[in-house]
Write a protein of this length. Structure first.
Length: 240
């Protein structure tokens, strides 16, 4: 670090000590440069201070964490995204990595309007922690976009199957039906939904309803195995 610390905010300057070597930092149980940053104008000066510290120390986790807080507080989204990308490479805990990827994806989707990129980042979050619920919710929101539906649904499907979350799988089938481009495509998806409801959800009534919807949507496209099942279930229902 430079010997002069005049460029630090006053509150930071009174607390800042020259940065020790990496080995000394590992031996030390305290981090004298890790402090709560100032407010307002001090935030901008603290960003300069921590950025300079980072240039000399490299991707030090605590310095990056301080920059994360500062950029988030001052609304510097591009700089925050860069810091999040750097933090995720030095963090060891998979759940913490998932949270960092999620925060980065939110910036990409909401601030930068890069929804496809954000979708890919959310997939990375789930690779680290398949149970990361905020990432599930963000992907579920993306399934409302027809252009992103298949990619988002594919990521969610693998998670839901691993968790045996049949209701959410059913919801994906139903949304896929809504986005289908033709009666033939809707029919095929409804047949797959009927199979899922019967074999995994153990819900024969809803399976029957899906089969009948497939038949009414495009009777010419219901294959020979599905058609008898529809009528067999109809007759069984009448007998009861």
């Amino acid at each position: 670090m430079p010997t002069s610390i005049a460029w630090l905010p006053r509150r930071e300057a009174t607390r800042f000590t020259p940065m020790p070597s990496r080995s000394a930092r590992r031996r030390s149980s305290t981090r004298p440069w890790r402090r709560t940053c100032g407010d307002g104008r001090d935030d901008k000066r603290a960003i300069v201070a921590y950025t300079k510290a980072s240039e000399q120390a490299g991707d030090d986790p605590e310095i990056l964490e301080a920059l994360d807080r500062l950029h988030a507080r001052t609304g510097q989204h591009r700089e925050l995204a860069e810091v999040l990308e750097r933090r995720v490479t030095v963090v060891k805990d998979a759940k913490e990595q998932a949270e960092l990827f999620y925060r980065l994806a939110k910036l990409q989707i909401e601030e930068f309007q890069e929804r496809q990129l954000g979708l890919g980042t959310l997939k990375q979050a789930l690779e680290r922690d398949p149970d990361h619920r905020p990432s599930h919710q963000a992907l579920e929101a993306l399934t409302d976009d027809a252009t992103l539906f298949e990619d988002a649904a594919e990521a969610l499907e693998s998670v839901y199957r691993a968790q045996s979350d049949n209701e959410r799988l059913t919801a994906l089938f139903e949304k896929r039906i809504a986005f289908a481009g033709s009666p033939r495509e809707r029919t095929r998806i409804r047949l797959d939904l009927a199979k899922h409801l019967e074999e995994h959800s153990k819900d024969p009534k809803r399976a029957q309803a899906s089969l009948e919807d497939a038949l009414s949507d495009d009777p010419t496209d219901v294959d020979g195995r599905a058609r008898p099942r529809v009528f067999r279930r109809r007759s069984s229902t009448r007998r009861t």
